[in-house]
Design a protein around this ligand. Structure first.
Ligand code: SF4
Length: 63
């Protein structure tokens, strides 16, 4: 199931590099507890990374 990229969520879903990249599923799970979430380590997902930083500063639960 993790090899099927059709299950991924935006921004990875819809990305022009989806089938050559697909993002790091371990990193997505580590930050979102969801293997289909966007990879926040990718520059295309910078907005997700910035939101994570804000949430971490506030001490929010990231799930
Ligand atoms: S990690 Fe980045 S480049 Fe790779 S599929 Fe996701 S958005 Fe696209």
């Amino acid at each position: 199931m993790t090899r099927n990229k059709d299950f991924l969520e935006p921004n990875c879903k819809g990305c022009k590099y989806l089938y050559t990249c697909g993002g790091c599923r371990d990193r997505a799970y580590n930050y979102y507890k969801n293997i289909f979430a966007p990879d926040p380590g990718c520059i295309i997902n910078r907005n997700y990374w910035l939101k994570l930083q804000n949430d971490l500063r506030k001490g929010y639960d990231l799930r």
